[in-house]
Design a protein around this ligand. Structure first.
Ligand SMILES: [Zn+2]
Length: 360
């Protein structure tokens, strides 16, 4: 279904959205691979995809604007995962992603990836994690972006494998790996409690807890996710259909890290204007705004902010409140000084922008 035409934003608004410091909490490493880098890695490894031109590679990496469901959308990750099977590639892709988010004036980002998907070439879990940590650290230093990482367990993997991932991720808190997530095909593997043991380990070692929910199965799947005791939920938009669930999210202070464009691609809503982000926000449910995947969704965070204004009808102050909230719920629980510094910097920016400051 086509999106209705929307009037262009005034230049001053576009400028403010571009300059506004941002915090992005829901961003996948393997969904954000630069096409040029993919091409180089494929050529170096002698893969058939190395013969594509840049446009052809881009087409391979960007998912259709509307897939039939989450399962179809997930196929877009097959090639990036095949390409990222050694330390050099993982380090490079991680570094480049931090450089790319810096172009959105993002000051804080959480990048997530599933270490167990990058061991097909013989790389040990720990080696792959190390490569991503070091790629992010070098780009964080160069760009000034504060980066934290989230290790992703997979619904489709054996619970024992996810326990191994949790163990491998443990102990890297002081190097920026501060969160633990569950993702993957939701319809085929609907019950997150299968992986409770991995989450118990993650919680015990002090990782922040989140999981993907609601890309399939509606509000019932979001409610089910609560059984793992998450601090935040990745997606969870169908909570908009269930007022009792919304009350529970508010009472427990569980934030939904929403990605409207990605949800349309996954076939969750017919059009972007139907996405319930504004409704959830106005109801008081804690929500944040992210891209999910820069390349798979052919998206930047600035463009997602623009769409939130033009298509979802959000005000600049609503966007700003959501942006600031992302810092409040970020997995910086071992770095409260860093959180306070970022909040102070964001507040100082807003104080100079009448369009954002609540008191003007
Ligand atoms: Zn996601």
């Amino acid at each position: 279904m086509a999106e209705p035409a929307t009037p262009p934003l005034p230049a001053a608004t576009l400028d403010l959205l571009a300059r506004m410091p941002k915090a992005e909490l829901h961003l996948h490493l393997d969904g954000s691979l630069r096409p040029a880098t993919a091409l180089e890695i494929a050529a170096r490894r002698g893969l058939p995809e190395g013969d594509l031109d840049l446009g052809g590679m881009r087409q391979r990496l960007v998912a259709p604007e509307r897939c039939s469901d989450q399962a179809q959308l997930l196929r877009a990750f097959d090639l990036p995962i095949r390409l990222m099977q050694d330390e050099v590639s993982l380090e490079r892709v991680a570094r480049e992603l931090v450089e790319d988010v810096a172009t959105d004036t993002t000051r804080y980002v959480e990048i997530r990836w599933a270490p167990a998907l990058h061991t097909d070439g013989g790389l040990p879990l720990e080696g792959g994690i190390e490569a991503v940590v070091s790629g992010c650290a070098s780009a964080a230093g160069a760009t000034g972006v504060t980066v934290r990482l989230i290790a992703v367990a997979l619904r489709s993997h054996a619970p024992e494998r996810n326990v191994e991932v949790a163990r491998a991720a443990a102990g890297l808190l002081d190097r920026g790996l501060t969160g633990f997530d569950l993702a993957g095909p939701e319809q085929a593997f609907a019950d997150p409690l299968r992986h409770a043991a991995a989450f118990d380990i993650a919680r015990e070692v002090g990782l922040g807890i989140t999981l993907h929910a609601g890309e399939w199965g509606g509000a019932a799947q979001v409610r089910r996710a609560l059984s793992l005791g998450p601090w935040r939920i990745a997606h969870g938009a169908p909570a908009a259909d269930d007022e009792t669930l919304q009350e529970e999210l508010m009472q427990r202070g569980v934030t939904l890290d929403l990605c409207p464009t990605s949800n349309i691609q996954a076939g969750m809503f017919p059009r972007l204007r139907d996405h319930p982000l504004p409704r959830l926000l106005r109801r008081g449910v804690p929500v944040t705004l992210s891209t999910d995947d820069r390349t798979v969704s052919d998206l930047t965070l600035v463009r997602e902010y623009e769409r939130a204004v033009t298509i979802l009808g959000m005000t600049l102050r609503e966007l700003w409140a959501m942006d600031r909230r992302a810092l409040e719920v970020a997995f910086l629980h071992h770095d409260e000084t860093v959180r306070a510094g970022l909040l102070a910097a964001f507040d100082a920016f807003a104080a100079g922008e009448p369009a954002l400051s609540a008191t003007s």
